[in-house]
Design a protein around this ligand. Structure first.
Ligand SMILES: [Zn+2]
Length: 379
């Protein structure tokens, strides 16, 4: 306690000192926030990579609002230019396609431990600057390798990819609503470095789009806080809309933009129909094995999880096709979720009840793949 108090005093003095250095000519603004917290002269038309910059008003509450600034992405120092450019472009694309919500902090780790510790230090400095967490407590949690979703755990995933020469990744929206931000982390996005033949850059790009779609989803119920938002986003713990929505919208967007020339990648990645065919095959295989009599709403993180993603993305594709509006989640479902609840927003968006849909979709799963693919856009 005593240590953290004296540390706070030192930090305060440091901030004041930095501030007074940077504003020597402006004697009237002593009461203003430290220079680094002032967004006025910061370019808000791009993804910011400097952990010392806040490209928004730190005193403002942006809950459930469309904002006018892009996400932030922060990188461990061992990451390549290809990774940095790839993540920045993917985040900018996601914000342009799905809407700008924020503030978003997207922390990207490489394989080197010291580089990860340096990045975690910057994360904790940011928390302390905003009076959200003490440096000591932040570092204690985020550098603890034994904790799930600690920041250092993302570096470990990347380190093991190289050690075992085996592709594996982890990315997540890790909350942050208590601080008014979307706090996200991504393990080494090796696809952007073309490390493995089977994992081209499109995979990582898709992952960023998927995670950013969780920003959109969480932003719709942001002010309710972390304990309550799940009741809206995943009623009865069902994951098909949350994960299926993120997965389908990410894939749809990536293939659409690749097809119309907005995005270009070195190697082709097939088509959306091919991608969805694999999802149907994988989803149905595990579904028939583990949970053959279950409806979509019974899949959760413990039970029938993978079909929750794969068949969940088909469920979302099915609904989007039904109303013939690719933006129905963005325009109708999520904007009404907080007010109407899951069932109400579903009714408004798709014109019938969830139970009617679950039964209809169960029948759809029995159709031959050629017929199922008719609902998937042709790119
Ligand atoms: Zn997800």
């Amino acid at each position: 306690m005593k240590n953290s108090l004296s540390f706070s005093i030192i930090l305060f003095i440091t901030i004041v000192f930095i501030y007074s250095c940077s504003t020597q000519e402006d004697n009237n603004s002593v009461q203003a926030a430290p220079a680094s917290l002032t967004p006025a002269e910061i370019n808000t038309t791009d993804v910011i990579n400097d952990t010392k910059i806040f490209n928004y008003d730190v005193n403002k509450n942006y809950s459930e609002q469309i904002v006018d600034f892009y996400p932030n992405a922060f990188f461990a120092s061992d990451l390549s230019v290809n990774v940095i450019n790839g993540i920045n472009l993917a985040l900018k694309t996601a914000a342009d396609e799905f809407g700008k919500y924020g503030p978003v902090e997207y922390w990207v780790f490489g394989t080197d431990k010291q580089a990860a510790l340096d990045l975690i230090n910057k994360f904790c400095e940011r928390r302390e600057t905003l009076n959200q967490w003490t440096m000591t407590e932040c570092l204690r949690r985020e550098t603890d390798e034994s904790l799930d979703y600690s920041m250092i755990s993302y570096q470990k995933v990347g380190e093991n990819v190289i050690l075992n020469n085996k592709p594996s990744g982890s990315a997540a929206h890790n909350g942050g609503s208590e601080w008014g931000i979307h706090n996200m982390a991504h393990s080494y996005p090796f696809g952007f470095d073309n490390i493995f033949e089977v994992d081209p850059p499109q995979n990582d790009f898709k992952t960023v789009l998927h995670e950013y779609f969780h920003v959109v989803q969480k932003a719709s119920v942001f002010s309710l806080g972390r304990d309550i938002d799940d009741d809206y986003l995943k009623p009865n713990k069902t994951i098909w809309m949350m994960e299926g929505g993120a997965e389908y919208m990410a894939n749809y967007t990536l293939f659409k933009l690749s097809n119309n020339g907005t995005l270009s990648f070195e190697k082709p990645w097939g088509s959306l129909k091919q991608k969805m065919t694999r999802k149907m095959e994988n989803g149905k295989r595990i579904f028939q094995q583990d949970c053959p009599n279950s409806l979509l709403n019974e899949f959760n993180h413990q039970f029938c999880r993978d079909p929750g993603y794969d068949l969940g993305s088909w469920g979302v594709a099915y609904l989007i096709n039904k109303v013939n509006n690719q933006k129905v989640l963005l325009e109708t479902f999520y904007p009404n979720l907080k007010k109407l609840g899951f069932e109400g927003a579903f009714n408004l968006s798709f014109g019938y009840s969830t139970s009617e849909f679950y039964n209809e979709f169960y029948e759809f799963l029995q159709l031959p793949i050629e017929q199922q693919l008719e609902i998937i856009p042709n790119f």
